[in-house]
Design a protein around this ligand. Structure first.
Ligand code: NDP
Length: 294
């Protein structure tokens, strides 16, 4: 609370380097109150970006997020995703309406294509542009796109038909992908491509779904670095992800205690020694690396 949350630029807005994921939230009714309290505490601590998707619990996550942000929509940068199977023009417009209804809002700040599907990118992006022109979304982007798909997406952005009212986005606002100490594949080229294109990378599962909080496959190094800073393994994992320029992350936490810990990680500065020790335990990809996803 004392120090402001650092931010990164995303499609002309400032968003926190640490936001909040919500996969599996709303699935277990007895946990909902704790999940809502965690999201609200996160907003107080500056983790105002909230990531959800129509897929998560078939709408349960969006409904829970809607409840968590009721009365404070304007404090939040709200992100949701359309399923690839809904990626036709009409399907995208309809899916967005349904997400907005579940979330109890009239606009998303960012709308993502969850992964590449069967429909031409131009068609989905054309629908995104229409939603933007209508003020129903502020920006759009992609998720789980590898290097080739990301460059196709940028080409498609330039050729998709906007409806004219608002200036068109000439590239995806972000590419949300799996990136953490154990999943360094974006460093095999994608991250450089995104930086060159001026597209920030939104890192999902930054704690490897909790595994890195327990040390992960090479726990000793993570624990050693954490001890030096009086931090936890989860905090080092998060600090490592956002130490990369052009990268921000969306850890999911269902308790206020975890949220506090994660927010504090935004201020943890890893040293060259820390990076060397982590690189030895969690080596970067040797060269071009294929897409990894969860
Ligand atoms: P994370 O890497 O964020 O890990 C979440 C797990 O870590 C939970 O079990 C949580 O426990 C635990 N955790 C969180 N903070 C701490 C802490 N400080 N100490 C110990 N344990 C902690 O995994 P996710 O897969 O949830 O990824 C984050 C978000 O990214 C998702 O929720 C979703 O919004 C998005 N995502 C997007 C995907 C895509 O295809 N675009 C795919 C996967 C995720 P607890 O819940 O008990 O606090």
């Amino acid at each position: 609370p004392d120090r402001p949350m650092p931010t990164i630029e995303l499609a002309g807005r400032r968003v926190p380097v640490l936001g909040q994921g919500t996969w599996y939230m709303g699935d277990v009714p007895s946990r909902s109150a704790s999940e809502i309290a965690a999201l609200r505490a996160g907003i107080e601590l500056g983790m105002t970006l909230i990531d959800t998707a129509e897929m998560y619990g078939s709408g349960r996550s969006e409904r829970l997020v809607g409840e968590a942000i009721r009365g404070r929509r304007d404090e939040v940068y709200l992100v949701s995703k359309v399923l690839p199977g809904n990626g036709t023009h009409r399907g995208t417009l309809r899916a967005c309406e349904e997400s907005l209804r579940r979330l109890g809002t009239d606009h998303l700040d960012l709308y993502l294509l969850h992964w590449e599907g069967p429909y031409p990118l131009e068609e989905t992006f054309g629908a995104f542009e229409e939603l933007r022109a209508q003020g129903k979304i502020g920006a759009w982007g992609v998720s789980n796109f590898d290097r080739a798909s990301t460059s196709e997406a940028t080409a498609a952005a330039r050729s998709s038909t906007g409806s004219g009212a608002a200036p068109r986005q000439d590239r995806p606002a972000t590419n949300q992908v799996l990136f953490n100490l154990q999943r360094r594949w974006p460093q095999g080229g994608l991250l450089d491509d995104l930086r060159a294109a001026g597209i920030p990378l939104m890192a999902y599962s930054p704690i490897e779904q909790g595994a890195l909080a327990r040390g992960g496959r090479r726990g000793a190094a993570l624990t050693a670095v954490a001890r030096r800073h009086g931090a936890t393994e989860a905090q080092v994992a998060l600090a490592w992800v956002i130490s990369h320029p052009g990268v921000f992350a969306i850890p999911k936490a269902a308790s206020v205690a975890h949220v506090r810990e994660n927010a504090a990680a935004a201020h943890l500065r890893l040293t060259d020694e820390d990076h060397a020790e982590l690189d030895a335990a969690f080596p970067p990809p040797p060269g071009d690396a294929p897409l990894e996803l969860i």
